[in-house]
Write a protein that binds this ligand. Structure first.
Ligand code: MLT
Length: 321
């Protein structure tokens, strides 16, 4: 009897998804509980399923001579060396739509927290101060500028429409806006937006896209929200923009290094730091598991993938958050 292809699960993913894979024409090795022993399973692996913990580097790929498929249970592919995989003829798939609603909802929550200055109000009330003065603004009439206008930013724009929020977007890879949000240049976006919200895939070209020069162009008193990838923002420049009072605050779900190390940023009361939890809802992770396993099963059947992971369309397409 022919040997079944081995699919190695490197990172924890939804249990039901693993069960669905186990019912497929493969042998599943769940190595997620013992990351230190992943290397032992690589020589026999036909497929490798990862989330965020395992970085699929050229070095890792070299340890898996039979590898035919890398499947990421998430959106971004910056943790996978797609070029090396491609050069070896290894297919790369992902779950690009699974977490759209989760990340969109998180973003709206962060806009509300920032714009209404809710966390300082909570802190003051807890500290026994009853501060009932006028503070904050409505999302109605606020301008939100999306840096990157793919699946997630569009889902946010749709959720903001009933608030009466004005949305604008910068996306050099879109020939035209797909909806009512106008596309503008980056400088115009920075000058106009009260909230600059980052939703681009991380590439070698857009590291520190939001740097000191960009912050200097932002509206005084504006907010920055980053739920995409930490290195898109120069954290040192962000700190300085906060210190100088140019920016009123920021919400960061992602950091240049994770876990983050810049204490000043984490401890600044104007910054809302969260632990890269944008996609980590029960629903988002259930869908990520389902979608990625469906891709693995398609590959096992020799069918083409539905996700176009690794088909690089620039900073905001394909692996867009
Ligand atoms: C993603 O790319 O899917 C998100 O950043 C969440 C994750 O890494 O799990």
């Amino acid at each position: 009897m022919a040997e079944l292809p081995v699919v190695v699960i490197a990172d924890p993913i939804d249990r039901a998804a693993i069960a669905a894979l186990e019912a497929g024409p493969c042998r599943v090795v769940d190595a997620s509980a013992e990351p230190g022993r992943l290397d032992d399973h690589l020589p026999g692996a036909w497929g490798l399923v990862v989330r965020s913990r395992t970085k699929v580097t050229a070095e890792l790929i070299a340890k898996a001579p039979r590898l035919a498929l890398i499947a990421r249970a998430g959106v971004g592919l910056d943790s996978v060396d797609v070029a090396t995989a491609r050069a070896r003829g290894i297919q790369v798939v992902n779950a690009p739509a699974a977490a759209t609603a989760s990340v969109a909802e998180l973003s709206v929550a962060l806009y509300l927290l920032l714009r209404r200055e809710l966390l300082p109000a909570v802190a003051a009330t807890r500290a026994g101060r009853w501060e009932r003065g006028v503070r904050g603004h409505e999302l109605a009439g606020t301008t939100v500028g999306f840096v990157g206008y793919g699946r997630i930013a569009r889902a946010i724009a749709a959720r903001l429409a009933p608030f009466g929020t004005r949305t604008i977007a910068y996306d050099p890879f879109l020939p035209a806006s797909p909806d009512a949000t106008p596309l503008v240049g980056l400088d115009a976006l920075l000058a106009e937006a009260e909230i600059v919200s980052v939703h681009a895939e991380l590439t070698e070209q857009n590291r520190h896209l939001l740097d000191a020069a960009a912050f200097a162009k932002m509206r005084p008193g504006a907010y920055l929200v980053n739920v995409a990838r930490g290195p898109l923002v120069d954290e040192q420049a962000l700190l300085e923009a906060l210190r100088s009072g140019r920016l009123a605050g920021a919400a960061l779900d992602v950091f240049e290094t994770e876990p983050p190390t810049r204490r000043e940023l984490l401890e600044d009361p104007r910054v809302i730091p969260t632990p890269h939890l944008g996609a980590s809802t029960a629903e988002g992770q259930r869908r990520a598991g389902e979608d990625v396993v469906a891709e693995v099963l398609r590959a096992l059947r020799g069918e083409p993938p539905i996700s176009h992971a690794g088909a690089h369309h620039g900073p905001t397409e394909g692996g867009l958050r």
